[in-house]
Design a protein around this ligand. Sequence first.
Ligand code: DOR
Length: 429
Amino acid sequence: MSKSAAELVFQNASIVHPTGVEVGDVAIAAGLIVGVGSGLTGKKIIDATGLHLSSGFVDLHTHLREPGKEEAETIETGSRAAALGGYTAVIAMPNTDPSQDCVAVVNFVRQKATEVGLCEVVPSACITVGRRGEQLVPFAALHEAGVRIFTDDGNGVQDPLIMRRALEYSRDLDIVLAQHCEVSRLTEGAVMHEGECCSALGVPGWPSIAEELMVHRDIELVRLTGAPMHFLHLSTAGSVELVRRAKADGLPVTAEVTPHHLALTDDLLVGFDSVFKVNPPLRTSADIEALKDGVVDGTIDAIATDHAPHAAHTKDVPIDSAPPGMLGLETALGVVNTALDISVVRLVELLSWNPARIAGIQDRHGRPIAVGEVANISVWSSTATWNVSRNEMASKSKNTPYHGMKIRGKVKYTVFNGELVVDNERAVR
Ligand code: DOR
């Protein structure tokens, strides 16, 4: 294909490669990258001077709420929020209603997302039927239907025998189990992190040990079975240390951290504002420092949003009855870029390359910016600052904890399968 036949060209972009940043043009046609170099032209030309161009972001942890809670989010509104956040793929968590524990529901989610076409929605499936922790889902049938990540997220799998069996099945298939680490007996009624602030407020606490006990148990089950495991939304210093040691032992574990656990602390709950209620809860600044150390030294593999929309009528209630969860997709880059002092190469590794690999979608996401690759691309500024407003979210829900905050880092363009789906900070549909 001649260079002038390109449909879309980003000129003068700071292209993020694993080896470093290189300034150049990127040309796209028929869904693919058709040119990387200089002096490229095409039908639509975008001046990307001063902007980073990378493979599109991949979110390992998105709650899309459809089917079942469409008043909070739909596959369409969630896909739009994802595209605006620079994501070309999101892993849809299975705590829908009905839950994603069978092929029919998984196929429904995938089909609906394909019709929307703003990003790829990759359904995860439950580990246990109905996420009840009692009976394993049909792993082989779901694997056959293309599922690669299994999780009961929202709940941790409490029963060690169930977890052991799940790992034994997964070992023989090309899948990964993703654990929400929470010993629920220790968190009954919890509203926030168990610590000084919680004692002062006199509300039930969610102790760090409730997460760390399950991280520890599952590391030992990985050691026993040899099956891989991904740890979702780690929030405590102790969890980071456990994963660090497991990796040093050569165990096949990976871990993610959310933007909010890197940026927000438990004392925000002092006004009992349920927008700051999340599971696992916001922790202390010492935990944040430990999570950041884990990000820097490679203990943490990925940043994942845990985008958890909740409709206002369910969230704006007394804190003890409000559901946990906060929006994340549209603010992730800005929050993480503001909170962390890391290179753009490491940032893209955490937001794109590593999560694509963990999710098993590295054949089409998190790819090199090179000729012949599928054009799943994000173009963003690491210096642009903006004020977050809950009224300007594409998500159907408004529960962003960053309302009124200024953050640095903004997605300008997103290209999904060669189509420009976000153009100058606006979704095309
Ligand atoms: O805060 C959370 N919200 N944590 C979870 O694990 C589930 C999620 C939800 O579905 O709302």
